[in-house]
Design a binder for this molecule. Structure first.
Ligand code: BDR
Ligand code: CA
Length: 313
């Protein structure tokens, strides 16, 4: 793929162990035109600082704008038990030596997508920034190439039996996004649980003997130990890079157009993405739901991005 052919993305993230791997992946396979941070796995001060650390590590030139410090209506909900107290597991990257370009992620998303056509929004945290941007200017959805998100799923949750973390953390924001009319692509848990990484992949990264390799190794090893669906084999689902690679390598995925709503009320199901799989009904389809992935190739691409992303060692 030539550099001209790389899809342009704004990565909206809450690093987050798998978000950090997604940043490495995006820096290799996409043209990152901006990074925005959102409160999610940890508080906004940490997700912003972690995104800055990754930007410095990888020599990414794109601007970084911090965003929402809390969900639209819900009480803040974090996952430091999964990502570590400050969000990047047990990595030891230096404190960032730069500041965010602004604290107005919404203004950046709106302005950047007015300046340039064909940008994909890739949210891999709670959807607060994206929903606020849509509420401020609903025509946003017509000028982006897609909103390709990691969140939700068809039939499985992680925070609760029904709800996945990114949707559960801000269901009202997710509701805005799913009803927005955007070209919406959902990489949910039913898909990301097929992409498992852990100690074996960490060892590959450590053997690269680079700072990026060491950081990726620490992240993958932490992910395998704490974020796993298969702890006995030290493998954990590698969620967020899937959304990046669905944009850059769509041929590796199988999706189906579905009608999807976000449950806001249910006492057991708040935050669920309810996917209508009754294919015999002529319902309006608002979302491409992802079902199948070439996991081996996806993992290969993630590791290749670690191998080749070493501008600063
Ligand atoms: C999602 O929640 C977060 O903990 C991860 O970073 C990922 O975006 C998985 O449910
Ligand atoms: Ca995330």
């Amino acid at each position: 793929m030539t550099s001209e052919a790389k899809p342009k993305i704004i990565l909206d993230c809450d690093p987050g162990v798998d978000d950090a791997i997604a940043i490495i992946t995006a820096s290799r396979w996409s043209e990152i035109v901006g990074i925005t941070s959102v409160s999610g796995n940890v508080g906004i001060e940490h997700t912003t600082s972690n995104a800055l650390k990754m930007k410095t590590l990888l020599g990414i030139n794109a601007p970084l704008h911090s965003g929402a410090s809390k969900p639209m209506k819900a009480e803040p909900f974090h996952a430091s038990h999964v990502h570590g107290q400050t969000g990047l597991g047990d990595t030891d990257l230096p404190e960032p030596n730069s500041l965010p370009d602004s604290d107005d992620a919404v203004a950046f998303i709106l302005e950047k997508t007015r300046e340039e056509e064909g940008i994909h929004l890739v949210p891999i945290g709670p959807l607060t920034n994206i929903a606020q941007a849509i509420e401020t200017d609903p025509s946003l959805v017509d000028r982006v190439a897609s909103i390709t998100l990691m969140g939700g799923g068809a039939g499985v949750g992680n925070v609760t039996p029904a709800a996945e973390f990114n949707i559960f953390a801000d269901p009202e924001a997710a509701d805005v996004v799913f009803r927005s009319g955007a070209q919406l692509h959902m990489l949910g848990l039913n898909l990301t649980h097929q992409v498992l990484m852990g100690s074996e992949h960490a060892d590959y990264c450590y053997e690269l003997n680079s700072t990026v390799g060491k950081t990726a190794g620490d992240l993958l090893s932490f992910n395998g130990r704490t974020h796993g669906t298969e702890k006995e084999t030290n493998l954990g689902a590698m969620h967020d890079p899937c959304a990046v690679l669905a944009v850059t390598h769509p041929e590796l995925f199988v999706s189906k157009p579905r009608s999807v709503v976000v449950e806001l009320e249910g006492s057991f199901t708040r935050g669920q993405t309810l996917v209508d799989e009754r294919e015999w009904l002529e319902t309006e389809k608002n979302c491409n739901v992802y079902y199948e992935v070439n996991s081996e190739k996806v993992i290969e691409l993630i590791l290749q991005s670690v191998t080749e992303a070493s501008p600063n060692g």
